[in-house]
Ligand binder design. Sequence first.
Ligand code: CP
Ligand code: NVA
Length: 303
Amino acid sequence: MGNLQGRDLLSLADLQTQEIYDLLALAKQLKSGEIKPDFQRKTLGLLFRKASTRTRVSFSVAMHQLGGHVIDLDPSVTQVSRGEPIEDTARVLDRYVDILAIRTSAQLELETFAKYCKIPIINALSDLEHPCQVLADLLTVQENFSKLQGLTMTYVGDGNNMAHSLLLGCALVGMNIRVATPKGFAPDPAIVAQARSLARGSEVIVTHDPKLAVQAAHVLYTDVWASMGQESEAVDRIPIFQPYQLNTDLMALADRSAIVLHCLPAHRGEEITDDVMEGKQSRIWDEAENRLHAQKALLVSLL
Ligand code: CP
Ligand code: NVA
């Protein structure tokens, strides 16, 4: 796994196919306890400009279990919120911590950190992508089906950061990916084009027809209809997104073996119904747990 050492993870497309498979294999070994790396004296900095439960806690616990240390670089109590330039902050933090996980809106901010830091920078969610989540998602799919290649993932909902990272991640591992969104909420065409160029024979479909998209799919995925920062649009979006709700009617069109994933937090009764979330096909809680194992593999590989 030495080949990822010192690298950044700003986008899933920063990883090659084999590197993703290696990370998943390492995550599996870490999850089973087969290997227990020791990162005593290594420090992970968490710089989060947005709320987080899973990402914050799973990174912290992962680092603790690896024997390392975590510093919460809360922007409100550092000079970050008082306007110190990112270029300056980055060069200083680079000399203190060994790795940084950053959650922010702008992908450009992550790129600036990466430019001014020699240490690895991890995208812990931006408006463009959520690569750490998709590593955990792929681990969960692999655990269920004992393979990834040839399976079909269908994402219904907003063409947001999750849709983008799923497009790239599925294309890279050889899964078919279908994304169904309302008109005006399609994923970024540049990301769709990138996914198509990364795919080696698997399908990359973007549509406005949720029923067509879920036909015979193996993994059904959804996310909130209004992401962090879009709260003011949330009420207006509900009627537009209603046909994209992940409910039992939509699920009936999928493969009988289909599983349901959601990155969480969920708005039950909006993008997903209670019965689907709590139903037999839901793997949502395993998926949340896998954030810990996938990110531990990422930390071990990058450090
Ligand atoms: N899925 C996810 O990233 O959750 P948090 O926002 O709680 O970190
Ligand atoms: N699309 C959501 C994902 C949260 C994990 C958001 O950006 O708020």
